[in-house]
Design a protein around this ligand. Structure first.
Ligand code: SAM
Length: 376
């Protein structure tokens, strides 16, 4: 619940945050008369602002608050000082989460049917339904979260073009969207060890499972822990007409049995996610990577291959060394048959104002072809 006082009356409503933010403790009511400076000050102090003014003005206010954060000068470096990338990464993450917290302080009221009872509010009912499911009562959520929901709804509606598939994948809210093409191309080009059966571990939108099915693999069992991913993947299989070959089921890593090909694109940065929406990228202590590697040999058929898709960004950031990765493979009883490499093409690679630019510019994504060192 979130509580506030309005016209001398104590009020409260349900609190919603798919980003996992706890409800703000202090809330004041404001409208178009508040200045951006005053709103920014309140947000920085941890006081949330429940908006009663015009919806479009709230959007502009949020942008004005963001500009105030973004123009704050970064901490000065001493002459000649070189900040290690691991430190720059931690600072960058901290700044990102502070930014999210501050901008998450501008709140909107919602009716139980997802209408936003404000002047010039758009119809966001479908976007909210896709993320929240049905709700019973009016609630309060942040404008920043709503903008994320609207963006996700547009992606879901239009889909993401996947060149290697020659079709579009429609991501659901909160499911990892295949906007980077390089890793998909690797899976499209690697020589298939068998066309009988494949497992796709952590399938997300189902993009890799669908690709394997399009490449002629007769049966693909895809797994994920996230129920949204399972619905999303199965919908994509249907849309891409591979639902007779591919099926997504809930499992922690592997389904039952063995397969001659097991593919996995785990989260690639071993750090704590700052919201549930980041679970597909950040994996504390490389939990999924370790789990995949340690269970791989016992799920492969003799002469089967495991395809691990992994960016080396963590290595450039000093978060995991190549030696550690090789030691993980070794202790999992795996050998490397080969490795295909690709350079990511995403907008941040070209952004030299990004504090992690050096690491991103050096990043390589690999498809590691793995096999049991001592097949059972
Ligand atoms: C980086 S995303 C990859 C999604 C998709 N395979 C792709 O390549 O676009 C990692 C996926 O692994 C899933 N995941 C994380 N831990 C898992 C586990 N223990 N078992 C199954 N899936 C898991 C996440 O929900 C997420 O969908």
């Amino acid at each position: 619940m979130v509580s506030w006082t309005e016209a001398d009356e104590a009020r409260s409503a349900d609190w919603r945050s798919e980003g996992g933010t706890p409800p703000p403790k202090r809330v004041v009511v404001a409208d178009d008369t508040i200045s951006a400076d005053a709103a920014y000050r309140l947000a920085c102090e941890g006081t949330a602002i429940l908006w009663r003014g015009d919806f479009q003005n709230a959007r502009q206010l949020l942008q004005a608050m963001a500009r105030r954060i973004d123009r704050k000068p970064a901490a000065k470096k001493k002459d000649g000082e070189v900040i290690p990338l691991s430190e720059a990464f931690n600072k960058h993450r901290l700044a990102q989460s502070q930014r999210a917290r501050t901008l998450g302080m501008l709140l909107l009221p919602f009716d139980a049917d997802f209408t936003v009872p404000l002047r010039r509010a758009p119809d966001v009912r479908q976007a909210c339904l896709e993320a929240y499911g049905k709700v019973e009562a009016p609630f309060v959520a942040s404008l920043r979260e709503l903008l994320g929901l609207i963006g996700a709804h547009e992606w879901h509606r239009k889909g993401v073009e996947v060149a290697a598939l020659g079709e579009r994948i429609h991501p659901h809210y909160g499911v990892f969207a295949p906007t980077r093409s390089e890793y998909i191309k690797l899976v499209a080009e690697a020589p298939l060890p068998s066309k009988d059966l494949a497992f796709d571990i952590g399938t997300g939108t189902g993009v890799l499972a669908a690709l394997l099915a399009k490449r002629g693999v007769a049966q693909v069992v895809a797994t994920d822990l996230d129920p949204r991913a399972l619905i999303c993947a199965n919908e994509n299989f249907k849309r891409l007409r591979v639902n007779k070959q591919a099926n997504a089921i809930q499992a922690d890593l592997f389904p039952e049995g063995r397969a001659p090909l097991i593919v996995c694109n785990p989260p690639w940065v071993p750090a704590r996610p700052s919201s549930p929406l980041e679970h597909a990228i950040y994996d504390p202590d490389s939990r999924m990577l370790r789990g995949f590697l340690s269970g791989l040999a016992e799920h492969l058929t003799p002469r089967g291959e495991g395809w691990l898709i992994l960016s080396d960004l963590a290595e450039h950031l000093g978060l995991r060394s190549r030696d550690e990765l090789m030691a993980m493979l070794d202790s999992a009883g795996l050998k490397v048959l080969g490795r295909l490499e690709a350079k990511p093409h995403h907008p941040k690679v070209a952004d030299d104002a990004d504090p992690l630019h050096i690491a991103r510019a050096a990043e390589i994504t690999s498809l590691w072809r793995l096999a049991a060192a001592d097949p059972a």
